[in-house]
Design a protein around this ligand. Structure first.
Ligand code: UTP
Length: 295
């Protein structure tokens, strides 16, 4: 099975950092966000990965390519561990890069992958800026697909007041983790939202989604919305959903959640945990003290 990672977006929420650098290359401690996404796919047994890129995304291509000069330097310097780290990621996957010439939305980005996809095999779509910790979501979706033979979409519960940031699905429970999708809407107001189950950036699609995308007209924001294509696919095929633990979701595409991600991941590292925690505690104490002095 192949996977598609759309990474052609502007990343406007991170400007000016993203003027020349992809937001997917922002580091979570010492590893770029996109590498976590790729490692999740590798762990699920997916090695053929189609990246939908744009003009300012060259760094992603370089990251998954070999770097002979750097490898030689690390070898000469006797830095064996770093050499292994640098080599491993470029040897594990078969990356395929396709340019999305105009940023016409996530749905359009997925459709751009069509020449690299088979018309009788399902495929995964993983967003390049959403990390999901813990259980491998892609693996879970593959096992649900094996059972039901249909598309599977990962969802997570969000506070009702935040539904207007996401695609929101109306669902019917199948078991503890699996649901059937009954309807889906892009960025509804809290009043219109059929639930608080939001799409979270991991999809397994049967190839029929491509036909739906071809027939999807630009929707909200003038973009070709993946949600609209999913909605029309629902008229023809059942679509299942897998519920992800909300506490495991890290959206690195916005500033606050990016900072939370870096801190959470750093606090899990043996080499950083103690000094970082000490710094954070001191920082909070100092802030509290200053606030008291000012009040
Ligand atoms: P976002 O809504 O996060 O947009 O896209 P963005 O441009 O990346 O970031 P902001 O909102 O301007 O800060 C969701 C995903 O879809 C991809 C993005 O790269 C991101 O992974 N995308 C979006 C494309 O590949 N092409 C598009 O035309 C739009």
């Amino acid at each position: 099975m192949r996977a598609v990672i759309p990474v052609a977006g502007w990343g406007t929420r991170f400007l000016p950092a993203t003027k020349a650098m992809p937001k997917e290359m922002l580091p979570i401690v010492d590893k770029p966000v996109i590498q976590y996404i790729v490692e999740e796919l590798i762990e699920a047994g997916i090695f053929d990965i189609v990246f939908i890129t744009g003009r300012h995304k060259r760094a992603i291509e370089d990251h998954f390519d070999i770097n002979p000069d750097l490898e030689q330097h690390l070898e000469n310097a006797g830095k064996k561990e770093l050499l292994d780290v640098v080599r491993k990621i470029s040897h594990l996957i078969n990356p395929i890069f396709i340019r999305q010439k105009e940023q016409k939305g996530l749905g359009h980005a997925v459709l751009t992958a069509k020449p690299a996809l088979s018309n009788n095999e399902p495929f995964i779509v993983s967003l390049g800026d959403i990390l999901i910790k813990g259980t491998n979501t892609v693996k879970k979706m593959l096992s649900i697909h094996q059972k039901f033979g249909k598309s599977v979409i990962a969802l997570f519960e969000v506070p009702k007041k935040e539904v207007s940031k996401y695609g929101i699905a109306k669902v019917k429970r199948v078991d503890d983790e699996v649901f059937l999708i009954e309807d889906i809407v892009e960025k509804p107001s809290p009043k219109e939202a059929p639930s608080n189950f939001a799409v979270v950036g991991r999809y397994l699609f049967t190839p029929s989604i491509l036909e739906e995308l071809e027939n999807t007209k630009p929707g909200k924001g003038g973009e070709i919305q993946l949600t609209d294509a999913i909605r029309s696919l629902l008229q023809k095929e059942a679509i299942y959903a897998f519920k992800v633990d909300s506490a495991a979701v890290f959206d690195t595409g916005n500033k606050l959640d990016y900072l939370k991600t870096v801190i959470t991941f750093a606090l899990e590292r043996e080499d950083l945990k103690e000094p970082l925690l000490k710094f954070l505690k001191e920082l909070v104490l100092l802030k509290d003290k200053k606030e008291k002095e000012n009040s």
